[in-house]
Design a binder for this molecule. Structure first.
Ligand SMILES: [Zn+2]
Length: 106
């Protein structure tokens, strides 16, 4: 004989199902966010944020930086500006600027 579940049992199962659906939605949202992050990275990686051209990597005073051949913009990774302009390497910044001017044909 099949017994009808009590109201408390039904409420328990409904709450379980609601939590499971909430977890699935959250998992789906995380997956979509990660896919979007990957898509944007592949689309924009090493492209100039100003004009969109592919940036090239060059070495300025022992620091690798990305420069844009289109608009002459430069991208520095975290800490690279400090390396170029650091107190103990005052001459390095001037050297980097000279390297940039040579790179750009000035
Ligand atoms: Zn550019």
């Amino acid at each position: 004989m099949i017994q009808k579940p009590s109201d408390k049992e039904q409420e328990y199962f409904l709450r379980q199902e609601a939590e499971r659906l909430k977890e699935l939605r959250e998992e789906h949202r995380r997956k979509i966010a990660e896919e979007e992050r990957q898509r944007l990275k592949e689309l924009h990686y090493l492209h100039c944020p100003k004009c969109g051209q592919k940036m090239t990597t060059t070495t300025l005073s022992e620091v690798e930086v990305e420069v844009c051949p289109g608009c002459r913009g430069m991208f520095l990774d975290d800490g690279e500006l400090d390396k170029l302009a650091g107190e103990s390497t005052r001459g390095r910044f001037a050297s980097a600027l000279a390297s940039l001017r040579r790179l750009w044909g000035e």
